[in-house]
Ligand binder design. Structure first.
Ligand code: FES
Ligand code: FES
Length: 151
């Protein structure tokens, strides 16, 4: 099936097979490899993207179902400079292997768009679907708390 989407503000087209996920299409057909596939079962959040304004696990969305949709991946968040969430995570030492980082960045950016000054509990809740095997989460939360405190 030919899938047409707006990805990070650009019209993109790819031909997908029935069982392929949006994550697969982004990475393999559109060369947007920022979104990571770890569990591919909706458990880890490493593939988080925005789909028509909603935070989703791209591994759980069939590529064909994204036809006509607007997708924002981690590549679409920054520009010539880092997105504030990216900078906050770098500054707090929250990026170790970095495999989880794109998912955290997209999820945190989505949270801050909806709620610019979340409490620590609200951050924890919003990021509960994102798994990091390296950091223990403390540096991630500290980075975001510092970002929010500066607003
Ligand atoms: S790869 Fe999609 S949630 Fe883990
Ligand atoms: S930094 Fe390695 S999984 Fe999070």
């Amino acid at each position: 099936m030919r899938v047409q989407m707006t990805v990070n503000g650009e019209a993109r087209v790819c031909d997908v097979k029935g069982s392929e996920s949006l994550l697969f299409a982004l990475r393999e057909y559109l060369q947007l490899t920022g979104s990571k596939g770890a569990c591919e079962q909706g458990e880890c959040g490493s593939c988080s993207v925005m789909l028509d304004g909603e935070l989703v696990c791209a591994c759980l969305v069939m590529a064909a179902d994204a036809h006509g949709s607007e997708v924002v991946t981690v590549e679409g968040l920054g520009g010539s400079e880092l997105h504030p969430v990216q900078k906050a995570l770098v500054d707090s030492g929250a990026v170790q292997c970095g495999f989880c980082t794109p998912g955290f960045v997209v999820a945190a950016a989505a949270l801050l768009e909806e709620n610019p000054t979340p409490s620590s509990d609200e951050m924890r809740e919003a990021l509960a679907g994102n798994i990091c095997r390296c950091t223990g989460y403390g540096a991630i939360l500290r980075g975001l708390e510092t970002l929010v405190a500066g607003r």
